[in-house]
Design a protein around this ligand. Structure first.
Ligand SMILES: [Zn+2]
Length: 313
């Protein structure tokens, strides 16, 4: 599935829900708007990358919740290319964005009591003459600069632009990003539990509860920016995009990378869901994340079923 067809699907969902057409920022416009993360990852592909945003505005609501999904429609690894066997199946690297879109469609049918936004960060991480090189420095939407030392650590780059868009443009005070982000997630929490990290103990524990109630299981990771963020130290930019030591809490570090673009002093609540392993079972996708998001925010809908299942937020 290309970025084009993912966008078509998002437009179809918006039409079916009878909400305004999605906002689509695409190709050179991403660069002009300063979204060097999504632009840099997707610029070598035949189908240009895009940030797609769908919004449901609840009458009289002041709170803004945004779900941000990683939608790498194919991940070759870029110039830091994947090996022959590890590239197979990378059509599934858009599982986070797929979960966000499907959960958004269900949640809107349950009539949210908050403004709810779905932000899809769509790109193909391709190889070509325009591809991002290791050593390139990109400026992300946050204004922070990133030295690329691994073009296969692309998910965090697109997500960083997505969460900053959610905060700056959508005024979101609660932001959840969902992604097939790191192979190390499977080592850390296994095939059935996503690895989660949050700046809010309450949101984190609500996510664990929602996982137990839906079967989309989740387990917390250490949250220690002061200890782990030094993994990204760069001599020439604000940070590198891949860690120095791959044996030092990699899934935590990848999450911290995303938060660093919101800022470690982000006043809102942020939750990161790395679902790399539970996104698939063998060669098929599982749909992980759809039930999790709907039940986690069930108390912010009019659905009796979702409200009954929802944890305290
Ligand atoms: Zn990758």
């Amino acid at each position: 599935m290309s970025v084009d067809s993912f966008i078509e699907e998002a437009c179809k969902v918006a039409k079916e829900l009878d909400i305004p057409e999605p906002t689509i920022i695409r190709g050179e416009e991403l660069k002009a708007r300063g979204m060097g993360g999504i632009y840099g990852v997707g610029r070598a592909a035949a189908c240009p990358p895009a940030l797609v945003s769908l919004s449901y505005r609840a009458p009289g609501a002041a709170d803004n919740v945004a779900w941000v999904g990683k939608g790498i429609v194919y991940d070759t690894g870029g110039l830091s290319i994947k090996a022959r066997t590890s590239m197979v199946g990378m059509k599934g690297d858009c599982g986070g964005a797929a979960a966000v879109l499907a959960a958004f469609a269900l949640a809107v049918k349950a009539r949210p009591t908050v403004n709810l936004h779905a932000v899809l960060c769509l790109a193909e991480n391709a190889v070509g003459p325009l591809a991002t090189r290791p050593d390139d420095i990109h400026t992300l939407y946050s204004g922070r600069t990133v030295e690329i030392n691994n073009t296969d650590a692309e998910g965090r780059l697109v997500l960083s632009d997505g969460v900053v868009y959610a905060s700056r443009d959508l005024k979101a005070d609660t932001i959840v990003d969902v992604a097939t982000l790191t192979g190390a997630q499977g080592t850390a929490t296994g095939k059935y539990h996503a690895a989660i990290i949050s700046n809010s103990a309450r949101l984190e524990s609500a996510c664990v509860t929602a996982g137990l109630r839906t079967g989309d299981l989740a387990h917390p990771l250490p949250f220690a920016p002061e200890l782990h963020f030094t993994e990204f130290t760069s001599c020439v930019a604000d940070m590198k995009n891949s860690v120095a030591d791959r044996n030092n809490a990699q899934p935590s570090c990848a999450g911290l990378f995303v938060l660093s673009h919101l800022g470690f002093d982000f006043p809102g609540r942020w939750l990161h869901v790395d679902m790399a392993a539970p996104a698939h079972c063998g060669e098929r996708a599982t749909g992980y994340g759809v039930s999790l998001l709907c039940v986690l925010f069930g108390s912010r809908t009019h659905s009796r079923l979702l409200r009954a299942l929802a944890p305290q937020l």
